[in-house]
Design a protein around this ligand. Sequence first.
Ligand SMILES: O=C(O)c1[nH]c(=O)[nH]c(=O)c1I
Length: 312
Amino acid sequence: ITLETTIGGRHFDNCMMNAAGIRCQTNKDLDALVASKAGAYVTKSATPHKRAGNPAPRMHELHLGSINSMGLPNNGLDYYLNYVVEDEQKRPDSTNFLSVAGTSLEDNLAMLHQVQDSNFNGFVELNLSCPNVPGKPQVGYDFDRVNTVLNEVFQFFTKPLGVKLPPYFDLVHFDQIAEILNQYPLTFVNTINSIGNGLVVDPETEKVVIKPKGGFGGIGGISVKPTALANVRGLALRLKPEISIVGTGGILNGQDAFEHILCGASMVQIGTQFGYEGTRVFDRVSQELTEIMAHKGYETIDDFRGKLKTFD
Ligand SMILES: O=C(O)c1[nH]c(=O)[nH]c(=O)c1I
């Protein structure tokens, strides 16, 4: 039994990795991911220059998930680009993901020009769904904007690129975003980012639990799995086969990973639970998924990927 997978012609020994933002902000974080059982890593979403992010407390752990309004804290594009280029020199056959999240079209284009002109040979994950930059709407909820951004990007960008999308909650929105995405040579689509602008309160203190934006923040973890599965399935059914699906959201164990793959994911990303458990989450979830596959008689994830049954 193997958990290997292929995206955009690149082979990965394991179909699971971290989600951007969680334990991937420093060289030390990334080295731990390299040493782990994860099939790849993605770096914290980068802006052109280092950013401090929102005031703390800006992340809160719940037993049913997490809420965060980090505000895009990161060490700047150069830091992550240097890391991935150096890592590729050490491990030439590895493919990893560099996440970029400019707070403007100009910033995104400038960063992608820099990546295009660099020696980076991995995947770029263009984050169109950060919900926590005060005053900045999520690009992913403005379909015309998504079209404009991708049209500008693909005028010059020739390396493998995917987009990180927010969750959609209306089948017409699945139709609309898929119609746009299918017009571009995307390598993958990563769905979902956190469910934006949720609110968690503490009934004891009668107070919100994070400081930024009056307590509003992105929700992750177990409570987002049904939304994540719907977006994986909704897009898998609508996107052209050349675009692979990366499934993110609510993955705590092997069963959750199995469900994401059954809905159409070729790679799964673990965020909240990776934050709680550290890199041994990849050993545990790999073991659990392997046991499920053995029980069902599956040898590879292709044996069941996207084969969710319906009643009709
Ligand atoms: O607040 C963040 O840094 C953040 N938080 C999220 O939940 N998703 C994102 O894409 C980002 I860039």
